[in-house]
Design a protein. Structure first.
Length: 330
């Protein structure tokens, strides 16, 4: 396997994205003003609601789940409640976070003003900036037709610009390149991630999960070592087709094209039914892998989506039940 680490640019080159990509700088500044400032008020500065780590300060107790580290089981509480419970610790050191980025052709799709790729870039910019300004390090794996770049974890605003520049560069490269050959192989990306992340980290897998089958097991294996959050990108038009008459549809990844009659109500019902089945299968696979999932639509407000996800994680971590809380207090 190639050594990606030797290909990392020298420190002197880290300023290139800020100097060469004024559009990336403007995009990050816009995110800082329109999204991050709103999140500061809504999250009250507590970015820790998005991730919990290994430390020495006990943050909470919750019931054991199949992907938890058995070393964190609290045996006294387990014996008292007759149900395995694990300790959740507050991170007491600089945390490394990784973005596993699926930037294949399918994320270029968007039926409105924004494509899935734009939502992905906005999410990465916001979360990376929230983490790096608290001294944490962020890195990324960039996938197009294959694993194309590995950006080692570092901190600082310039490094966030570098991440966004890599995503923008991949977008420009995809537009200039011929059609993608074959479907996305998300399993290959997840296996590479497992090999390239030596220390326990928080991992954001940002993808639309339109891939060849077989990614579920590598995702579960990744979640056994790391805290994995699946960020699923989608467009409302992928779930239901409007009545537009005869329209051409093209597979962004294989290049296959066909004409469909969306005026046919039976066809639209079949399309919606298949989409619902695919949604149910995807959510079941993510749950089986033991990962939390954040669903981002091209029509969503990014602030509301992140706050909603943070609230759900906070409630899940603290949900040990009233009886359990009383027993622990006793």
């Amino acid at each position: 396997m190639k050594s990606w680490w030797r290909k990392a640019p020298a420190a002197a080159n880290d300023e290139r994205p800020a100097a060469e990509a004024g559009g990336v700088e403007r995009a990050l500044r816009r995110l800082e003003w329109t999204v991050i400032r709103r999140l500061d008020g809504l999250l009250q500065g507590d970015y820790c609601t998005l991730m919990r780590g290994v430390g020495i300060d006990l943050a909470d107790l919750r019931e054991y789940q199949h992907h938890d580290d058995v070393r964190h089981i609290d045996w006294n509480v387990t014996a008292r409640l007759q149900t395995p419970h694990v300790r959740v610790f507050t991170e007491d050191r600089e945390m490394a976070a990784w973005f596993v980025l699926d930037l294949s052709r399918s994320v270029d799709f968007g039926s409105g003003l924004k494509a899935k790729r734009d939502i992905s870039a906005g999410f990465v910019g916001v979360i990376a900036r929230l983490l790096t300004r608290h001294g944490n390090r962020v890195g990324a794996l960039v996938y197009g037709n294959a694993l194309e770049a590995v950006i080692p974890p570092r901190s600082g605003r310039r490094h966030v610009l570098r991440l966004l520049y890599a995503m923008e560069h991949r977008s420009a490269k995809a537009q200039a390149a011929p059609a993608q050959t074959g479907m996305t192989r998300l399993a290959d990306l997840l296996k590479s991630a497992a090999m390239l992340m030596p220390r326990r980290s928080t991992v954001f897998v940002v993808s639309d999960f339109l891939s060849e089958p077989g990614w579920e097991h590598p995702l579960g294996q990744l979640a056994q070592r790391h805290e994995v959050i699946a960020v699923r990108l989608f467009d409302p038009l992928e779930l239901a087709l409007p009545d537009l008459g005869l329209v051409p549809l093209r597979d962004a990844e294989t290049g296959e094209q066909l004409w469909v009659d969306t005026h046919d109500a039976g066809f639209r019902r079949r399309f919606a039914r298949i989409a619902l089945e695919r949604e149910a299968t995807l959510r079941a696979a993510l749950a089986k892998a033991g990962v939390d999932a954040l669903e981002l639509s091209t029509g969503d407000d990014l602030v509301e989506a992140i706050v909603r996800f943070a609230d759900l994680r906070k409630r899940r971590v603290r949900n040990i039940g009233p009886a359990g809380a009383k027993a622990v207090a006793a």
